[in-house]
Design a protein around this ligand. Structure first.
Ligand SMILES: *Cc1c(COP(=O)(O)O)cnc(C)c1O
Length: 418
């Protein structure tokens, strides 16, 4: 099936007389005939839903759809994008380990790594994804984490190159693919090993449900000596060894049966149901978001009050060549630009918009704006802001699926008010 078809058809194939739309299993628990059957589930000898912290049939349908869209061997939904990133890392990292991460990563991920994981004894080296980061890889490095298209600067990652460096050191490349979504880019095709998502963004697409997903590409060699957590017995399952028991799905199975079991940021059935409705139209929406964003970026670029526009679809973008390779179907809907007058002009422009609203969100059907330096990236020091490329005059515009004429009319009016 093609991506457009998977968006509506993958994950659920109703039997005779069953509901055409995936049902909402609003139940924390599931019934079994004998204690032995329940025991087998707890020992992972048989598969089945037994408690909604670990799995739920509605979530499972959506997990299958997302795994199919990304081309992975399995997926797990989480309660938020943050919990997806957290579990993706904790699944293979422990105290004493280190992570390589992009220095222009989403602010929430930056905080998770630089503060919270650090307190747990997991350190992070933040690097420029475009440089040769092999010099920062040490014996205790366990993962490389980058965004395929960064939030908010929309830099395009050279995934093949990053995967090459990571693999030459026996490390998995974890890609946060939130901004392109698999409708525009499938990182496994370029060598990524694990994909994470904040489904709160384009996948849900309507700003109604928080969620996250982890997808396992199934190809990474966890037996290379660096990942005893995958190759030695887990005492919490009577000595089960994930790589032996689950083969190519070892990583995603461990994420669920060990970390989701123990930490519990599980998705609600209703959230999975709503996410699934969003996914039905994902491919269509990403086409429109991309087309509108390119036109909006071109419009902004021609205004004298705008100092600079970042959008990888623009011919003069430093990432245009990478965009041609990795995002040929469209470069998603996020455009960032810098007002010549700095923070004051940015604020005046934003306050003068009418249809386009100021919200702490990005990547949904309705056009919206945010001032990163005073919101998502507020916790960063001036030095960290500089490293992440965030300037006081910077505005993040999330271009929606409205008619482009209405979007441009609102931008034009607000620019006149600056
Ligand atoms: C929003 C976002 C996250 C965090 O996801 P939540 O669903 O808000 O927890 C992680 N990565 C990226 C790229 C994001 O845009």
């Amino acid at each position: 099936m093609k991506t457009e078809t998977k968006c509506v058809q993958a994950g659920y194939d109703p039997k005779n007389g069953e509901s055409r739309v995936p049902p909402i299993y609003q139940s924390t628990t599931f019934k079994y005939d004998t204690t032995e059957k329940v025991g087998d589930l707890f020992d992972l000898k048989s598969a089945g839903h037994f408690y909604a912290r670990l799995s739920n049939p509605t979530a499972e349908i959506v997990e299958k759809k997302i795994a199919a869209l990304e081309g992975g061997v399995g997926a797990m939904l989480t309660a938020s994008g943050q919990s997806a990133v957290m579990i993706a890392l904790l699944n293979i990292c422990q105290a004493g380990d280190s992570i390589i991460c992009g220095n222009d990563i989403y602010g929430g991920t930056y905080n998770l790594l630089s503060v919270t994981l650090k307190r747990l004894g997991i350190t992070t080296v933040f690097v420029d994804p475009a440089e040769d980061f092999s010099k920062y890889i040490k014996d205790n490095t366990r993962a490389v984490l980058f965004e395929s298209l960064t939030n908010p600067m929309a830099r395009v990652l050279d995934i093949e190159r990053a995967a090459g460096i990571a693999h030459s050191h026996g490390l998995p490349l974890i890609i946060d693919n939130t901004f392109p979504t698999p409708a525009l880019l499938r990182p496994f095709e370029f060598g990524a090993d694990i994909v994470v998502h904040s489904t709160s963004k384009y996948m849900d697409g309507h700003a109604v449900t928080l969620g996250g997903a982890i997808v396992d590409g199934g190809k990474f060699d966890w037996r290379n000596g660096k990942f005893p957590c995958m190759t030695t017995p887990d005492p919490s399952y009577h000595g089960l060894v994930y790589c032996d028991a689950f083969g190519e799905a070892a990583y995603i199975t461990k994420a669920r049966v060990q970390l989701m079991r123990d930490m519990g940021p599980s998705p609600q059935a209703m959230a999975a149901f709503l996410l699934n409705i969003g996914l039905d139209t994902l491919a269509l929406r990403m086409e429109r978001h991309s087309a509108n964003a390119l036109l909006a970026a071109q419009f902004l670029q021609n205004d004298d009050k705008v100092a600079m526009v970042n959008y990888p679809g623009l011919l003069n973008s430093p990432d245009h060549e990478l965009a041609k390779k990795y995002l040929p179907k469209g470069q998603s809907g996020v455009v960032t630009f810098v007002m010549k007058g700095g923070k004051d002009s940015a604020v005046r422009f934003m306050d003068a918009l009418s249809m386009i609203k100021i919200v702490v969100h990005v990547a949904d059907a309705r056009s919206c704006v945010l001032h990163p330096a005073s919101a998502t990236h507020r916790q960063l020091t001036d030095e960290q802001l500089k490293a992440a490329g965030i300037n006081g005059g910077l505005i993040r515009l999330s271009v929606g699926i409205e008619h482009i004429d209405d979007i441009i009319a609102d931008l034009e009016h607000a620019l006149k008010c600056v």
